[in-house]
Write a protein that binds this ligand. Structure first.
Ligand SMILES: [Zn+2]
Length: 343
């Protein structure tokens, strides 16, 4: 098969079509402290300056030879622009929202600030995408990221209060999600206009916090609508054990689901019945963070043997992940291919 560009490869994989080699792409983040030092773009500045952001994001191609660039490293850029109480942290920690101090009480408080897309912390991602598009041309796919309403609800209402509300007053929860989705659309569209080819939508209705039925009740319809409305392929990201909601996720019309290592590749592939592509699921806290390249490659093989379409760490990688373990992901794909072609 003729060699594909990275973009052709990733798009074919997203559409569950044939590829010259399975692509490696993390839809969340591969920022590491080692790369921050290499290109002099440390956190938190690399989350707040477009130039530093683009420089750090580019290492995904220049150092690891992955098949896509994802410049949004955390999950808080919109929440900062909305006005949440922020903890920006240092180089070795992701910025977070101080959820003990929520800004809103209920759906009637949800309003899009006038300057939402001009705010420093949303603009940085939009401008970084423009820089990366210019630098890398059209052959390398850029994956933008826009938070889903469930994730935003945690940030603006506080996790506990929001989850209690789903039991006490589910119609109020639905109303809040309906209003919050406006942010998902605005930020997503702005990134597409800036040059994003694909969008990740993290919407953390994780197995540790809510049941699969929750996904059907509160999110399936919203996600189906997003898949219809956005003009680019969407990758849904939910961490944790999610195999119980994968059949519902596979019906949304989104192109791919980024899944966690708490779900085995084979059972995940069975759950989605080839109705959506899967992206994942190399374990972060143990394998990438503290094991060696042999064990990383073993997990790459497990994914490829199961038929997972895009190989990736399960989520944003730990910031102190060693480069050799990331390079081992791409090498693992090459090893698998040469073994495969021998037979
Ligand atoms: Zn995650």
């Amino acid at each position: 098969m003729k060699t594909m560009t990275k973009k052709e490869r990733v798009f074919n994989a997203l559409n569950r079509q044939e590829v010259d080699r399975p692509p490696v792409a993390n839809p969340t983040s591969v920022a590491t402290v080692e790369m921050m030092d290499l290109v002099d773009a440390p956190f938190p500045e690399a989350c707040r300056s477009a130039e530093l952001n683009a420089r750090l994001a580019a290492t995904e191609i220049t150092e690891f030879d992955f098949d896509a660039i994802a410049p949004y490293f955390s999950i808080i850029q919109e929440s900062s622009a909305i006005g949440c109480d922020m903890q920006w942290e240092q180089k070795d920690n992701w910025p977070t929202v101080r959820m003990s101090n929520p800004i809103w009480q209920g759906s009637s408080d949800v309003k899009v600030p006038k300057d939402f897309l001009e705010h420093k912390d949303t603009k940085v991602i939009i401008d970084s995408i423009k820089i990366l598009r210019k630098e890398f041309g059209n052959d390398i796919p850029i994956i933008g990221k826009t938070m889903g309403p469930w994730t935003l609800a945690y940030h603006v209402f506080g996790v506990e209060k929001f989850l209690l509300g789903t039991i006490d007053n589910p119609s109020e929860t639905k109303l809040a999600l309906e209003k919050l989705k406006e942010f998902t659309y605005l930020f997503g569209e702005a990134q597409i206009d800036a040059g994003a080819d694909i969008l990740t939508v993290p919407d953390h209705a994780t197995g540790d916090l809510v049941s699969g039925q929750y996904y059907k009740t509160f999110l399936q319809e919203l996600h189906t609508e997003m898949a219809e409305n956005f003009k680019v392929p969407l990758i849904l990201h939910i961490c944790g054990r999610t195999v119980d909601r994968m059949p519902a996720i596979s019906e949304t019309g989104m192109h791919a689901f980024h899944f966690d290592s708490k779900n085995k590749p084979e059972e995940a592939m069975n759950a989605v019945q080839n109705k959506i592509a899967l992206v994942g699921n190399i374990n972060n806290p143990e394998t990438l963070y503290s094991k060696n390249t042999i064990e990383v490659k073993k997990e790459v093989f497990d994914c490829l043997n199961a038929g997972v379409q895009i190989i990736a760490p399960e989520c944003a990688i730990p910031l102190k992940t060693k480069s050799e373990n990331l390079i081992a992901i791409t090498e693992g794909v090459s090893d698998w291919l040469s073994e495969h072609n021998k037979n």
